[in-house]
Ligand binder design. Structure first.
Ligand code: C2O
Ligand code: CU
Length: 645
C-alpha cells in the first residue's frame, strides 16, 4: 500500500470513528438502546482500526503521523476507554435484556450519553487536527484540543443532567480548569517561533559586509569580453488574443502579441540581454528564467529580487548562457493568473557551433479553455518528415498540473530532463512520461523508414489531438492506445555516472519541508493555505545557507495534492525517493514532482549567492502559501529584511 493510500485510509477511518461515536451518543440520548450499543461497538472497533492504520503510517515516517501520535490518538484512546468502562456495561445490559423502559432510561442517562459523546468529540478533534493543523502541531494546539474535548464533555453533561447540584459544582470546577487550559493554549499560540531555519548549520555571520540582492547583476554587454556574442531581445507584455489552430480565440496576456511569447534561442557562451516592457498589464510583470541559474537580480522574483514592472515601466535582464538545454520563461508577478493568461515563452540554448541536425520542435504544453494544446495546436498537427531524420522534441509543461506524454510508433529516448542530458538513456518502449508542472523533457528518435503509420505525440493519452509525424506520401495511420502504458520511473532510467555534485561528503545543512494543506491561524486573516511545516508564506522561516555549503533538502508530501517542487537559481541532484536511491543516470532537476505520501531527498551546492524562491510550481498553491525563501548569508533584500529584522 502506498503512503498516499494510507493517508486517505486514515482520514476515512478517522471520520467513520467520529461518526460512530457521535451516532452512538445521540442514539443513546434518544433511547434507541440497541442501535446505540451497535454503534458504540462499531466505534470501538474502528477506533482500534485507526490505531493500527496510524501505526503502519508511522513506519513510513514520523512526518505523516506527528499530530495523531502526540495529540489525536491519546485523546481518542483515553475518551474511548472511559466510554467503554462507563457506558459499556449499561449498553450490554440493554442489548441482553431487550429494550425495556428502565433500560432505555438508563441508556439515555448522563453516565452513558456523556462518555459516548465525549469520545465522539475527541474523535472529531482528531479529524480536525489532521485536516486543519497537520504537521504544525504545537503545545498550543495540544492544549486547545484538550480544552475543546473538555468543554464538549461539560456541555453535554449540562444538557443531559440538569439540576444535579453536587455534579453541578464539580462541573463548575471542571469548566474553570478547562478554561485555564484553553487560555494557556491560546496564549502559547502567540509565542514567536524561530524566524530562520539554519538547517543545522552555523547562524548568520554578522561581520560579513551585507550586499543587496539587487546588486547581483549579470555582465554588462558594454564590458563583455571579445568573442562573446550579445543576443538582444525585447519582450513587451500586452493584452491581446491567442488564436488556436482550431480557430478558437482566447483573450490573453501576451509577450509581443503572441502566446507563447517569442521563442528565445542562444548558443552556449552568448550574453543574453532581454528588455522587458509592459504596455497594459495592470497587475505588473517580471520575467523569471525557469531552470536557468542566472545571477539573483536577473531572476525576476517579484518582491524579492526586483519590483514588478508596471505599465510604462522597463527592466533589463542580462545573463551568460552557461547551461545548454530546454528552459522557459514566465512572469513571476501574480504568476498563477499571469502564466495561465499567456505570459510565458521558451528558451533554448544549444552547444556552441553545434547547429541542430534534423528536426527540432519546442513544444510548450498549455491548457487553454480546458484543452491541453501543444504551442497553439489544440487539435492534430501533421508534419511530413523524411525517414532517417533525427527528431528532437523539447517538451515543456507550462501548466500547474502534470501531463502524461507518450510517443507512439517509434522507439524514442528521453535524452534530457530539465535541460540536463541523461547519461545513456534507454529506449522508452511502451512507457509514458509524466511531466511535472514547470518541468521539461527532451525526447529524441530517428524518423522511421518503411510503411509505418508514422509517429504520434500524445498529451494525456488523447488520440484525437497532438502531433503526427509522417513520411512523405504516407497517410497518418491509427495511433496506439497509450492510456495503459506505465509511466517511466526517472529514478532508474539511464546509466549511473559520476554526478556533477559530490555527495560522498556530509552535507553542511539539512532542511526538511513537510508540505500539506492546513488552516494557518498565525497569518492575518487566518486562512486555509498550502503549507510548509504547518506555515504559509510569508510566515515560513527562510532557509539560511552560506556560499559553498552542500545542502540536503527533504521534501515530504503529507497531503492529498501533487506538488512539483521548484528551487530558483539551482539544480538539485535527486538522491532518493521514499528511501529508494537513484540507480539510473544522475538525476538533475529544477522541478520535481512530489506525489501524495512521497519523500524526496535531494542535494545541491549553494553556489549562486542571492535570495531565492523555493516553491511548489502548481502556481495556485504558491499563491496560497506554498513558498519560502532560500537566503544566503550577507545578502539583503526587501522580504528578507522584513523577515529577520
Ligand atoms: Cu517557474 Cu518561481 O517559477
Ligand atoms: Cu503544490
Amino acid at each position: 500500500m502506498s503512503t498516499g493510500g494510507l493517508i486517505r485510509i486514515d482520514l476515512l477511518v478517522a471520520v467513520v470513528a467520529a461518526a460512530a461515536w457521535v451516532g452512538a451518543g445521540v442514539c443513546a440520548a434518544l433511547r434507541r438502546a440497541p442501535l446505540a450499543a451497535a454503534l458504540a461497538g462499531v466505534a470501538v472497533l474502528v477506533s482500534l482500526g485507526r490505531v493500527a492504520v496510524v501505526a503502519v503510517l508511522a513506519g513510513r515516517g514520523w512526518w505523516f503521523v506527528v499530530e495523531k501520535v502526540t495529540v489525536g490518538l491519546p485523546l481518542l484512546i483515553i475518551a474511548a476507554g472511559i466510554a467503554a468502562v462507563a457506558a459499556g456495561p449499561t449498553l450490554l445490559r440493554a442489548v441482553r435484556s431487550g429494550a425495556t423502559d428502565t433500560v432505555a432510561g438508563a441508556v439515555a442517562g448522563p453516565k452513558v450519553v456523556v462518555p459516548l459523546l465525549t469520545a465522539g468529540s475527541a474523535a472529531v478533534v482528531g479529524v480536525g487536527l489532521t485536516f486543519l493543523v497537520g504537521y504544525g502541531v504545537t503545545w498550543s494546539v495540544g492544549l486547545i484540543s484538550v480544552a475543546l474535548v473538555a468543554f464538549a464533555a461539560l456541555i453535554t453533561w449540562r444538557s443531559v443532567a440538569p439540576g444535579e447540584s453536587a455534579a453541578g459544582r464539580r462541573a463548575g470546577v471542571a469548566t474553570l480548569a478547562a478554561a485555564i487550559v484553553a487560555v494557556v493554549g491560546i496564549g502559547l499560540a502567540f509565542v514567536p517561533v524561530s524566524d530562520v531555519d539554519t538547517g543545522g548549520g552555523p547562524a548568520e555571520d554578522h561581520n560579513a559586509a551585507p550586499r543587496a540582492v539587487s546588486t547581483l547583476r549579470g555582465p554588462d554587454p558594454a564590458a563583455a569580453p571579445a568573442g562573446v556574442a550579445v543576443r538582444r531581445f525585447t519582450l513587451t507584455a500586452q493584452q491581446g488574443t491567442v488564436t488556436l489552430s482550431s480557430g478558437t480565440r482566447v483573450p490573453a496576456w501576451t509577450f509581443n502579441g503572441t502566446v507563447p511569447g517569442p521563442a528565445l534561442t542562444a548558443e552556449q557562451g552568448d550574453l543574453v540581454e532581454v528588455t522587458l516592457r509592459n504596455t497594459d498589464i495592470a497587475a505588473g510583470v517580471t520575467i523569471h528564467w525557469h531552470g536557468y541559474d542566472v545571477p539573483a537580480a536577473e531572476d525576476g522574483a517579484a518582491g524579492l529580487t526586483q519590483d514588478p514592472v508596471h505599465p510604462g515601466g522597463e527592466y533589463v535582464y542580462r545573463f551568460l548562457a552557461r547551461q545548454t538545454g530546454t528552459y522557459w520563461y514566465h512572469t513571476h508577478e501574480v504568476s498563477d493568473r499571469g502564466v495561465k493568461m499567456g505570459l510565458y515563452g521558451t528558451l533554448v540554448v544549444t552547444p556552441r557551433g553545434a547547429a541542430p541536425a534534423g528536426l527540432e520542435l519546442t513544444l510548450p504544453v498549455h491548457t487553454f479553455t480546458g484543452v491541453a494544446a501543444l504551442g497553439t495546436n489544440d487539435g492534430t498537427e501533421t508534419r511530413t518528415v523524411a525517414p532517417g531524420t533525427p527528431v528532437r522534441l523539447r517538451l515543456i509543461n507550462t501548466d500547474n498540473a502534470s501531463h502524461r506524454l507518450a510517443v507512439a510508433g517509434v522507439p524514442a529516448r528521453l535524452v534530457a530532463i530539465d535541460g540536463s542530458d541523461v547519461n545513456e538513456p534507454g529506449e522508452l518502449g511502451d512507457r509514458a512520461l509524466r511531466l511535472p508542472g514547470g518541468g521539461r523533457y527532451d525526447v529524441a528518435f530517428t524518423m522511421p523508414t518503411g510503411p509505418t503509420g508514422g509517429v504520434a505525440l500524445l498529451v494525456d493519452d488523447n488520440r484525437d489531438r497532438g502531433l503526427r509525424l509522417t513520411p512523405e506520401g504516407v497517410a497518418p495511420g491509427p495511433v496506439a492506445a497509450t492510456a495503459s502504458w506505465p509511466a517511466l520511473d526517472l529514478l532508474d532510467y539511464g546509466r549511473p555516472a559520476p554526478a556533477a555534485l559530490d555527495t560522498s561528503v556530509e552535507p553542511n545543512r539539512r532542511f526538511t519541508l513537510v508540505v500539506d494543506r492546513n488552516f494557518v491561524a498565525s497569518d492575518l486573516p487566518p486562512r486555509y493555505a498550502y503549507t510548509v511545516n504547518g506555515r504559509a508564506f510569508p510566515g515560513i522561516p527562510p532557509q539560511r545557507v552560506r556560499e559553498g555549503d552542500l545542502v540536503e533538502m527533504t521534501v515530504v508530501n503529507r497531503g492529498l495534492d501533487i506538488h512539483p517542487w521548484h528551487l530558483h537559481g539551482h539544480h538539485v541532484l535527486v538522491l532518493s525517493r521514499d528511501g529508494r536511491a537513484t540507480t539510473g543516470a544522475p538525476l538533475l532537476m529544477d522541478t520535481f514532482e512530489v506525489r501524495p505520501g512521497e519523500v524526496w531527498r535531494v542535494a545541491f551546492r549553494a553556489d549562486n549567492p542571492g535570495l531565492w524562491m523555493s516553491h511548489c510550481h502548481n502556481l495556485s498553491h504558491t499563491d496560497r502559501g506554498m513558498m519560502l525563501i532560500l537566503a544566503y548569508d550577507g545578502i539583503t533584500g526587501p522580504l528578507h529584511s522584513a523577515h529577520s529584522g
